[in-house]
Design a protein around this ligand. Structure first.
Ligand SMILES: Nc1ncnc2c1ncn2[C@@H]1O[C@H](COP(=O)(O)OP(=O)(O)OP(=O)(O)O)[C@@H](O)[C@H]1O
Ligand SMILES: [Mg+2]
Length: 180
């Protein structure tokens, strides 16, 4: 079973490929309604209505190395297996929001996985971009915004090994506190 954090990494990579400067990841575990919602919002170049319509089809891709794009279809398949689905809202030259919903308690729902490592990879590989991560579960919440860290750092890049390690430990500790 693929961890959901791997899907999140894939979907965030789409945002980066689309030229986003800010990528926001929201994970909401709504225990009362037995629903898990994951969304990735970006300010990238967006998709035409035609691409949005067809993007659930694994033969739609702007890749040139191979013809099949799998990121969104794989996420959609995982969500549909868990009584949910994927919704894409996108506007050209404004940005995109990809939302996946899962039945939280569904037997086939993969665990969220290691969000600390996921954010480490995203930040270390894209130190000039900003990332926001919000994780809500009931009354507990975790929040990371690299813009806040960046403003504390001055001229030190986000990719500095100590900064990357700090971000990883900060997320890991936050997720632990939430009981993830
Ligand atoms: N956030 C986004 N902004 C702009 N275009 C997007 C975004 N997400 C997806 N797309 C478009 O949808 C296509 C399909 O995305 P998908 O992740 O399914 O496949 P891929 O990225 O092409 O390939 P893979 O994920 O398998 O490496 C992309 O090639 C791109 O054209
Ligand atoms: Mg992709």
């Amino acid at each position: 079973m693929r961890e959901l954090s791997m899907h999140i990494l894939d979907i965030a990579q789409n945002s980066i490929a689309a030229g986003a400067r800010l990528v926001q990841i929201d994970v909401v575990e709504d225990v009362a309604n037995d629903m898990m919602t994951i969304s990735v919002t970006d300010d990238g170049r967006g998709m035409s209505e035609e691409v949005v319509q067809r993007v659930g089809d694994p033969f739609v891709t702007s890749r040139t190395t191979r013809r099949v794009g799998l990121g969104i279809p794989l996420l959609a398949a995982a969500a549909e297996r868990c009584g949910g689905g994927v919704e894409i809202v996108s506007k050209q030259n404004v940005g995109s929001k990809v939302t996946a919903q899962f039945q939280l308690s569904h037997i086939d729902r993969a665990p969220l996985g290691n969000m600390a490592e996921t954010l480490l990879v995203l930040v270390a590989c894209n130190p000039d971009l900003d990332f926001v991560y919000n994780h809500l579960r009931g009354d507990s919440s975790f929040h990371l915004d690299t813009r806040e860290i960046r403003s504390e750092l001055g001229s030190i890049p986000l990719s500095h090994p100590e900064v990357v390690a700090f971000i990883r430990d900060f997320v890991a500790e936050g997720e632990r506190t939430m009981g993830a």
